[in-house]
Design a protein around this ligand. Structure first.
Ligand code: ZN
Length: 208
């Protein structure tokens, strides 16, 4: 059985906007079958992203260390915004689990993501329509809201479930509004929750 200590957090991007810096974290799970990586952060930027810095903030990539990259056997994308899939290119031939809807939207939507970061040589997407258990103790749950194809990862540990929540909320305050189906799903789990852009891990509580 997995334990809380099997889950790691790694700073993989920062966004600096009007003097404020917003961290972005990727999560790893040390599973008996190998290392699972949830969201791949950023390893570089593009001229287009840099040009948009005034509107969307300046991105600072923080690539994962090679030691981790080399051990990854499964990747999950909560969704395909650039700061969540920017390192996907490091994993040709490695299964990347995503909701079918998310991949379709990333391939067709204007300004949705950096499309070359999604579709790169060797990209091996495993598409899901809804809930899925990808390894014993690791489940995907669709949580639409931030994007229509957004999903979270639920890890069963000896202390109960832990939610790797991606951008289901950019903050706990946002999550606790419960104003999207995805936020409702995560609030009902009432489990320790990781949010990509929040360093703190805690149980979210619905607001009255
Ligand atoms: Zn996002």
């Amino acid at each position: 059985m997995l334990s809380r200590d099997d889950i790691g957090r790694h700073l993989t991007s920062e966004n600096v906007f009007e003097g404020d810096s917003l961290p972005g974290f990727s999560d790893t799970i040390e599973h008996p079958d190998g290392l699972v990586l949830v969201d791949t952060g950023m390893i570089d930027t593009t001229p287009a992203l840099d040009e948009d810095a005034e509107e969307w903030g300046k991105w600072h990539p923080h690539p994962l260390p090679d030691e981790l990259v080399d051990r990854v056997v499964v990747v999950v994308n909560t969704h395909l915004h650039p700061d969540h899939c920017g390192g996907n290119r490091l994993f040709p031939g490695i299964p990347i689990h995503v909701q079918r809807r998310e991949l379709a939207d990333a391939r067709t939507g204007d300004d949705y993501t950096v499309r070359e970061w999604v579709d790169f040589p060797g990209a091996t997407y495993v598409e899901h329509d809804g809930e899925a258990e990808i390894l014993p103790g690791i489940r995907l749950l669709p949580t639409p809201g931030h994007t229509a194809g957004h999903q979270v990862v639920v890890v069963e540990t000896d202390e109960g479930p832990i939610v790797l929540g991606g951008d289901v909320g950019h903050s706990f305050e946002e999550l606790e509004r419960g104003d999207t189906p995805g936020r409702q799903v995560v609030l009902e789990l009432a489990a320790p929750t990781h949010l990509t852009h929040v360093a703190e891990v805690r149980v979210p509580h619905p607001r009255p």
